[in-house]
Write a protein that binds this ligand. Structure first.
Ligand SMILES: [Zn+2]
Ligand SMILES: [Zn+2]
Ligand SMILES: [Zn+2]
Length: 458
């Protein structure tokens, strides 16, 4: 079952139950491989820096199918937790058979991804975060790490951001949480430098008058008998405490005297004060902060919501768009422009035109996958188009909402809408059981009184 193959170019691969895993000891070995044909990696080196390099090369690959592949570490070697967190854990190479389930599960989920083809950098980043959570089926949980400028590292996601972009990482989580694609559980609050976002801050008390940190705290002493209150140092004598006011010895705290509070004195300016102020010095960039100048950020763990999972698996916008373009109908934005023009035209010509909404009401169709929906849309279009005249226009908002613009049409010329309705109903009942009258068609005469948005279901 286990089959370790050594190739001429020295690359080592394990083939097991149809999966190919590459054994890697140095990032250079990845250069000679066609990574898209691999199903995972096993890192086999004792070097922490080589291991980090290999992980970084794979996880930041532009091809998300490669970036998300399983990465295991040979259990012979022990690595710090902030290295291991970006992998799928240690494996014993001779027991790799017991990891096949895990590889199969991750591969299956990678194959299910609908990776957007044309998106902005930011949208793609958001997608990567969701896709990672989906393929691992786990809550994204941070670990504490001195290697990270904010003191926390997130599996996979931290590799996608440079240290100075770390606020963008937290913003990405905030955004995905706001959009309810991820759910949030508070793990910690951090306070970071206003200039460099480091959370390596040295806090200390200082004089409120001159900002010196050379201050000393003294207990205040209250002598019960004479009610004298003064700093403890004023009571100090060689063999104990003596009241400077009444010269009596103070023996027992709680009986002769107590210490009701603390007072500070500044060794730089001699100022005496009850409340010291607090400052935070950034160790990384030496910026001094008042406490309220530090940026407070939340650190959380994040779980993919059902909405998030739908987002990961939905057909990308580009694919949907290209499908509808191949069918040859109009896009909604173009349709709106034409409808607007038609309203203007009616104003001057006083002509008769109609706006039609065709609504497929079968709720069960929503459960179909996007491919089937696209096919269904094509069939619906073919039927509708066979009843349209040259000047008529068709646009579809989705598989279940279609719009027609019928210029220069009299009401008695609308009989074809009945034919469309009959044939669309037939299409559905031929393909699905128990469907009757699923197609609702509404038409209205285009008038100048109505605004554009009153026509369209948006
Ligand atoms: Zn006294
Ligand atoms: Zn001072
Ligand atoms: Zn700083």
């Amino acid at each position: 079952m286990l089959n370790l193959v050594k190739y001429n170019n020295n690359s080592r691969k394990i083939h097991i139950e149809g999966y190919s895993l590459l054994i890697v000891a140095h990032a250079n070995e990845l250069k000679n491989e066609q990574l898209e044909y691999l199903d995972g990696f096993i890192i086999d080196t004792a070097s922490v820096s080589f291991t980090k390099d290999i992980i970084y090369q794979i996880r930041t690959n532009n091809n998300l199918d490669i970036a998300l592949l399983p990465i295991f570490i040979s259990a012979v070697h022990k690595f710090p937790k902030n290295v291991e967190i970006h992998t799928d854990g240690p494996v014993a190479i001779d027991l790799i058979g017991s990891y096949v389930q895990r590889i199969a599960s991750i591969k299956k989920k990678i194959n299910q991804l609908q990776i957007p083809q044309k998106t902005t950098h930011e949208e793609f980043l958001n997608y990567k975060v969701l896709a990672y959570s989906y393929t691992r089926n786990l809550v994204i949980t941070p670990i504490t790490s001195r290697q990270s400028i904010i003191g926390y590292e997130f599996p996979f996601i931290s590799l996608l951001f440079k240290q100075h972009e770390i606020l963008s990482l937290l913003k990405t989580f905030d955004k995905l949480t706001q959009e309810k694609l991820l759910s949030f559980t508070l793990e910690d609050l951090i306070h970071v430098c206003k200039s460099c976002t480091s959370n390596y801050i040295n806090f200390r008390e200082c004089c409120p008058k001159c900002d010196s940190i050379d201050i000393k705290a003294h207990d205040m002493v209250h002598h019960f008998v004479c009610a004298h209150v003064a700093p403890e140092k004023d009571f100090k004598v060689d063999d104990g405490l003596e009241c400077p006011k009444c010269d009596k010895q103070l023996r027992h705290i709680g009986i002769d005297y107590d210490k009701p509070s603390t007072i500070y004195s500044c060794n730089t300016c001699n100022h005496e004060f009850q409340n010291s102020s607090m400052k935070g010095l950034c160790i990384d960039c030496s910026t001094e902060h008042e406490l309220d100048e530090l940026l407070e950020k939340t650190i959380g763990s994040y779980a993919l919501t059902q909405k998030g999972e739908n987002e990961v698996l939905k057909q990308s916008k580009t694919i949907e768009k290209s499908t509808s373009e191949t069918i040859g109908n109009l896009s909604i934005p173009l349709f709106k422009i034409l409808l607007k023009q038609e309203i203007q035209r009616i104003k001057t010509t006083n002509g008769s035109s109609f706006f039609v909404t065709i609504n497929v009401q079968n709720k069960r169709l929503q459960l179909l996958n996007q491919d089937v929906k696209n096919e269904l849309t094509k069939e619906i279009h073919n039927i509708i188009k066979s009843y349209l005249k040259d000047a008529d226009m068709l646009a579809s908002k989705s598989y279940d909402i279609h719009y027609l613009l019928l210029p220069e049409t009299k009401e008695d010329q609308l009989k074809r809408l009945e034919n469309i309705q009959y044939n669309l109903n037939k299409l559905l009942s031929d393909n699905m059981q128990q469907t009757t009258n699923e197609i609702a068609i509404q038409y209205q005469k285009i008038t100048t009184e109505k605004a554009l948005h009153e026509y369209l279901i948006l």
